[in-house]
Design a protein around this ligand. Structure first.
Ligand code: DMJ
Length: 651
């Protein structure tokens, strides 16, 4: 009924039969016979495939053996687990690849794809040992005869030891910046051993300092600021601000007698149990910073005790809904508050107290100091409202959000945010990569949005941006930037930052040099159009005052340290002479002036700011030194008030 099935096509199969549980028969000849019978039953193709597989296995076994034995010989021992795995699994990557992993993405914009590798060191500066004696903290070396508090502070502990910093790699525009290893306590604490006799220019600074100090001692001893013309004083916090700000300068300049007298005042008269409001930022950078530096340089634990007391009194400022601190705190009552007209704080103020509180934490072992300020850093790191790393000028203490969005400056209210990103990264032994990321992003933001060139000299300047509109206005405060950029390059950041530093240094010098008095105005505007007879720097009547600020000479100090170019010393010398000519008051002290464009009527304002002694004269003295180990920048980082703090030693 059905057609017969078609003949089956001929096929060869390789069949593998696993016969489990077959009983063992000890009859060898029977087993041999049945194997042979089975072999004969296989087709030719089946037999060839089996023979080929066997030959391949033998070859593999032989090759593996020779490779392994040569590796063992080379290592002189048996293979490690990792090596065994790599032999067995050739695709496995080595645990420690000899090259760094591909740089992580920092900014995907095409302009940021420029290659920066390899990092060329900028005219390498010898990084010798610091000119410091290393000795244990001096627990009350002073006699304490004036009834000072003899209570001992807890021995410095390294709170950071509890953490093992992660070794991560940051990339920026293709540059790979590898953080250094973790940090350890810089203990025993270093003490400055005073170097040989000062040179002629340094003597000029000492003379200026002593003249300023004479006025302070005569007319305002123990008060905040000297009013040199009226031969009196002004109070801001009522805490001997100038005296504390000047302590480490006296130590560095070798003014031992003056230092000793000031130290006695701190010991017997400085009392923080006072119903007085202080500005958190200003008092941190000047008082806390000043006391910590005095402690490090002198080794006198009095200063650390005072610093810890003061730090504790500032802590209520951080008790806000957002943990972004209020601008002011009463150190007697512990009541903190924002300014009367707003609940905002200034961004530079809340981000430029970290070096000091972190150091206080490290020295005392009290974690809350560090935690409070690092909360702020973390919060701002992840906050929106920035423009390519540039931050707005205000932040709200309730919401924790930036306010007054869209206005960007490197001047007042934002300046030291950028400075402290870099300096904290350095302080912490270059392990905190978020700080570095933010700093590098900000430098790119400056380049992308704030740089222009003036006419006729084509000076590079840093302007401001307000809601997309560029303004050719640059505060003298911005002149911290060349020094900070150069410091970054010294610590391994892209050498292109140095090009910008050199250009901006020239600009800051011109801001002084193009004025009749040789002193910079508080704010400069730059001429960006080519018009005959116009200079690069234009000054508006309201901006032509000079407050004896340090920023130009601060940057000159860094630039001279890193380049060795003596023109920077010469520029600093010119500026010191201009201060002497136009701001010096005969009876003692120096005064800020109203008009840098008039040599006949500079109009003294009758005030000597504490930073003239704390910063301006200190940076000038260091600028004129040819000893790179005098407060070596590999061992110290200066806070924004020029108080040197130790870099936590790399392990
Ligand atoms: C100082 O108190 C500090 O340098 C601060 O960062 C800016 N203002 C003055 C000096 O100009």
């Amino acid at each position: 009924m059905y057609p017969p099935p078609p003949p089956a096509p001929h096929r060869d199969f390789i069949s593998v039969t696993l016969s489990l549980g077959e009983s063992y028969d000890n009859n060898k000849s029977r087993r041999r016979r049945s194997c042979w019978r089975k072999w004969k039953q296989l087709s030719r193709l089946q037999r060839n495939v089996i023979l080929f597989l066997l030959a391949f296995l033998v070859l593999c076994a032989f090759l593996s053996y020779t490779h392994l034995s040569s590796q063992w010989k080379a290592l002189g021992g048996s293979p490690t687990e990792g090596e065994r795995l790599r032999v067995e699994m050739p695709g496995l990557k080595p645990a420690n690849p000899p090259v760094l992993p591909a740089p992580q993405k920092a900014d995907a914009s095409p302009e940021n794809m420029l290659t920066m590798l390899p990092q060329k060191p900028w005219k390498h500066i010898r990084r010798g040992p610091p000119r410091l004696q290393i000795r244990a903290p001096n627990i009350d070396t002073k006699d304490g005869t004036q009834g000072e508090d003899k209570e001992q502070v807890a021995a410095p502990r390294d709170t950071r030891q509890e953490e093992t910093p992660q070794r991560t790699v940051i990339s920026w525009r293709g540059a790979v910046i590898e953080p250094e290893q973790g940090t350890e306590l810089a203990s025993p604490l270093p003490v400055l051993s005073h170097p040989g006799s000062p040179n002629a220019r340094q003597k000029g600074v000492i003379e200026a300092f002593l003249h300023a100090w004479k006025g302070y001692c005569k007319f305002s001893w123990g008060h905040d600021e000297l009013k040199p013309l009226s031969r009196s004083f002004s109070e801001w916090f009522g805490l001997g601000l100038t005296l504390i700000d000047a302590l480490d300068t006296m130590w560095i300049l070798g003014l031992k007698k003056e230092f000793e007298e000031a130290r006695n005042w701190v010991s017997t008269k400085l009392n923080f149990e006072k119903d007085v409001d202080v500005n958190l930022f200003e008092s941190t950078i000047r008082i806390l910073g000043g006391l910590l530096s005095a402690y490090h340089l002198s080794g006198d634990s009095l200063f650390l005790r005072k610093a810890e007391d003061f730090g504790n009194r500032l802590m209520p400022a951080f008790s806000t809904p957002s943990k972004i601190p209020y601008s002011d705190v009463n150190i007697g009552t512990g009541v903190a508050h924002p300014p009367r007209w707003t609940s905002d704080s200034t961004v530079a103020e809340v981000t430029s107290i970290q070096l000091e509180f972190r150091e206080l934490s490290r020295l005392t072992g009290v974690k809350k100091f560090r935690e409070a300020v690092e909360n702020v850093t973390r919060h701002i790191h992840s906050l929106s409202g920035k423009k390519d790393g540039l931050v707005p000028m205000f932040i709200n203490t309730h919401s924790g959000l930036f306010t007054h969005l869209g206005v960007f400056t490197l001047g007042a209210r934002a300046d030291s945010y950028y400075e402290y990103l870099l300096k904290q990264w350095i302080q912490g032994g270059k392990t905190e990569t978020q700080l570095l990321e933010d700093y590098l992003a900000a430098v790119q933001g400056i380049k992308a949005h704030l740089l222009r060139r003036s006419e006729p000299k084509k000076l590079t300047f840093v302007g401001e941006l307000a809601h997309g509109r560029f303004s050719a206005k640059m505060d003298h405060l911005v002149c911290f930037l060349p020094g900070t950029l150069a410091l970054g390059v010294h610590h391994g950041l892209p050498t292109e930052h140095m090009e910008l530093a050199l250009a901006l240094m020239e600009t800051c010098y011109q801001m002084n040099q193009q004025m009749e008095t040789g002193l910079s105005p508080e704010i400069a505007h730059f001429n960006t159009f080519s018009q005959p007879g116009l200079k690069d720097v234009i000054v508006k009547p309201a901006d032509r005052h000079n407050l004896l600020r340090p920023e130009t000479v601060e940057s000159l100090f860094y630039l001279y340290r890193f380049t060795g170019d003596r023109k920077y010393q010469d520029w600093g010398w010119e500026i010191l002479q201009s201060f002497n000519k136009h701001t010096r008051v005969r009876s003692g002290g120096y005064s800020s002036i109203n008009n840098v464009q008039s040599i006949h009527k500079p109009e003294p304002r009758d005030k000597m700011e504490s930073f003239f002694l704390g910063e301006t004269l200190k940076y000038l003295y260091l600028l004129f030194s040819d000893d790179r180990d005098l407060l070596s920048l590999d061992h110290y980082v200066f806070n924004t008030e020029a108080h040197p703090l130790p870099i936590w030693s790399p392990v």
